[in-house]
Design a protein around this ligand. Structure first.
Ligand code: PEP
Ligand code: MN
Length: 337
């Protein structure tokens, strides 16, 4: 249910409504707008009294049922776009945020060279996997804690915020100590216990779309984050499994306007996993910007041919710098900085 308070309600009014929502057996999720305060009240309506009674309260403007299965991530719950902020980087605002870096952290030298190059070219977030979800157990699994420490070192040297993936609940505490944004990978997109544990850190969560996940399932997975009191959620499209084998995945750009219609959360596009080919990354970025993506997550490596993972899809440092230049008119045309 969405409970909208009258404009300029006092703190006492807000506290009283919050207490009543709790008393009736629901959890109140507060959203403060410029003029109005809105509560998303979630709970099982079969087990508790109806919240409709609140509509008689003088400080309440309206009580509306959210018909969709996802509630807090829905546009109905939060009509304005929400933004996610970390280290001064705002995702979901006027600026299209560029997150870039290697698929995997391999060495101090590799990471530092990449971090400095992407920062120079305009990225504000550094990506890099320390724990890697590899299809084969015989492939490089990531540097683990050593990789996290290198990411923190690169952040210190460049000022870039850090995004990195966590594969299991066992990693949450450790990764949260080093990262600014927690990445939930495609293979874990419906690992609900992991989503809950990540949400509870309070850090921003970037939720990739699962390889064969329907949009509704993806939104419901995101709901786990907001329902655990973490409003800092981003959805990241990274391509889905289709009959097509020309590309590694089929990048589904239709998700940009659809997620934007259904949800208030920022939308990020990963053009690297999206096609699995470096030569497609620029076109995917341009299309994503035109369709309203709030951020791009791009794999960049000083020597893609020698990369320990995903070599075919990583841009070289020069390739990335050229892309940043090429993107400018597209960003301007889309009204983004
Ligand atoms: C990655 O970002 O390197 C990655 C493994 O992503 P995904 O979970 O989308 O496959
Ligand atoms: Mn990768």
């Amino acid at each position: 249910m969405i409970i909208v308070l009258k404009p300029n309600s006092s703190r006492r009014d807000i506290a009283a409504v919050s207490a009543e929502i709790k008393r009736l057996g629901y959890s109140p999720h507060i959203m403060r707008g410029v003029a109005r305060t809105v509560f998303g009240a979630v709970g099982d309506e079969r087990q508790h009294a109806s919240l409709e009674s609140l509509s008689a309260w003088p400080q309440v403007e309206s009580v509306t049922r959210i018909q969709k299965r996802y509630k807090l991530v829905s546009r109905e719950a939060h009509p304005q776009n929400s933004t996610v902020t970390t280290r001064g980087v705002v995702i979901g605002g006027p600026k299209c945020v560029i997150m870039a870096g290697p698929c995997s952290v391999e060495s101090e030298r590799q990471l530092m060279i990449t971090a400095e190059a992407v920062a120079r070219a305009g990225a504000t977030v550094l990506r890099g996997g320390a724990y890697k979800p590899r299809t084969s157990p015989y492939e490089f699994q990531g540097l683990g804690l050593k990789g996290l420490k290198l990411l923190a070192k690169a952040r210190k040297a460049t000022g870039l915020a850090v995004i990195t993936e966590l594969l299991s609940e066992d990693h949450v505490e450790q990764v949260a100590e080093y990262a600014d944004i927690l990445q939930i990978g495609a293979r874990n997109a419906q690992n609900f216990q992991l989503l809950i544990a990540a949400a509870k850190t309070g850090l921003p969560v970037l939720l990739k779309r699962g390889l064969s996940m329907k949009i509704e399932e993806w939104l419901l997975a995101g709901e786990y984050v907001l329902a655990n009191d973490n409003p800092n959620l981003m959805f990241c499209e990274r391509g889905i499994r289709t009959f097509e084998t020309y590309t590694r995945n089929t990048l589904d750009l239709s998700t940009i306007p659809i997620i934007k219609r259904e949800s208030h959360c920022p939308v990020v596009i990963d053009p690297s996993q999206g096609g699995g080919r470096a030569d497609l990354v620029a076109a995917f970025c341009k299309g994503s910007v035109a369709m309203g993506a709030d951020a791009l997550l791009i794999e960049v490596h000083p020597n893609p041919a020698e990369a320990w993972s995903d070599g075919a899809q990583q841009l070289s440092l020069e390739g990335f710098a050229a892309l940043m230049k090429d993107l400018k008119p597209f960003l301007a045309a889309a009204g983004r900085e």
